[in-house]
Unconditional design. Structure first.
Ligand SMILES: Nc1nc2c(ncn2[C@@H]2O[C@H](COP(=O)(O)OP(=O)(O)OP(=O)(O)O)[C@@H](O)[C@H]2O)c(=O)[nH]1
Ligand SMILES: [Mg+2]
Length: 295
């Protein structure tokens, strides 16, 4: 049986696997109820990273789901929010999704199954069936197409999407791709009066950074079809032109500046998968050994 699928082809997760969900949130109070309602039961940890919301997102989140962890960021940017959440995640797997109802949490099982089937990172794609988008304007569609072409040419990938924020990692990858260093850089540059992130990796280029760095270093990246919805309530924080340039800068940085030799895997994907399965198995065995039997 392939890991993640049983004999009938149904989606099955490893017994005892833990899954963290990171939700970046900036003024999404009205969307939270619908987002939380779809969090699958296999999620063991929810981390909501608040970007200084001026509505009652945080209070609403805690009221709806008292077991969540709320983290704060001291400078603006979706990228920084995700980095904070990814660094704090404790699950075997960490999933990142948006908090505006655009990423469908019913699809999360597909990302986890893709990882369990043998990938280090599973990234969503709106360009493979049955994926799609209700949220592409002409300029976003064209911009994304151009960016995907550029990445495929420069990185030798065959990806169908790039700047889409629905993805999942084995959590052990977070250390391997140097996110802590990105977190530490120039936080002091962020100006309180300006909501635009200043430091590299702290804005909407985060997906480019994560995906290109993981793939270019030599780790296994899978694409998972996903259907992006329009945000349910509220307004976008993205500026197609300005953030498009941040993504371009990210592509250049990841391809020509970051030293991938330092990030190269020292094990094969098969060895990494076996180590992950063994870690989950032995933790589950420890738990069942320490559980008193009935009677
Ligand atoms: N914590 C935090 N979250 C942010 C920040 N900026 C955006 N987000 C969140 O990141 C996710 C994506 O941002 P959006 O504004 O929806 O960007 P978008 O999806 O490109 O734009 P739309 O298509 O209009 O939804 C949402 O869940 C936002 O609440 C920020 O500075 N800090
Ligand atoms: Mg959105």
């Amino acid at each position: 049986m392939a890991h993640g699928l049983d004999e009938t082809g149904s989606k099955q997760l490893s017994v005892g696997i833990t899954v963290s969900l990171v939700l970046p949130c900036f003024n999404e109070a009205e969307n939270l109820e619908a987002v939380f309602a779809k969090i699958p039961s296999f999620v063991t940890e929810v981390l909501l990273v608040d970007g200084g919301s001026t509505d009652d997102s945080v209070a609403r989140a805690i009221a709806l789901r008292p077991d969540i962890s709320v983290l704060n960021q001291h400078a603006p940017g979706k990228g920084l929010a995700l980095i904070i959440g990814l660094l704090a995640a404790t699950g075997d797997i960490v999933v990142m999704a948006d908090t505006d109802c655009s990423t469908d949490l019913d699809e999360m099982i597909d990302f986890v199954v893709a990882l369990e089937s043998g990938a280090d990172l599973a990234k969503g794609t709106r360009h493979l069936p049955p994926g799609g988008s209700d949220d592409f304007t002409k300029i976003r569609r064209m911009g994304n197409w151009l960016l995907v072409r550029t990445v495929n040419t420069l990185f030798g990938t065959k990806w169908t999407d790039l700047a889409y924020g629905y993805a999942a990692f084995w959590t052990d990858m977070i250390d391997k791709i140097g996110l802590k260093e990105i977190y530490d850089i120039e936080l002091e540059l962020a100006d309180d009066n300006d909501r635009r992130p200043r430091a590299y990796g702290h804005g909407f280029e985060i997906e480019t950074l994560l995906f290109c760095r993981t793939g270019w270093s030599g780790y296994a990246v899978a694409e998972v079809p996903s259907h992006e919805r329009e945000r349910m309530h509220g307004t976008s924080n993205l500026s197609a032109i300005k953030d498009g340039f941040r993504v371009l800068h990210g592509i250049r940085n990841e391809r020509f500046v970051v030293d991938r030799k330092k990030l190269r895997p020292t094990t094969t994907i098969e060895e990494r998968m076996e180590a992950r399965r063994e870690r989950i198995r032995s933790r589950s065995a420890d738990v069942s050994d320490s559980t008193p039997s009935a009677g």
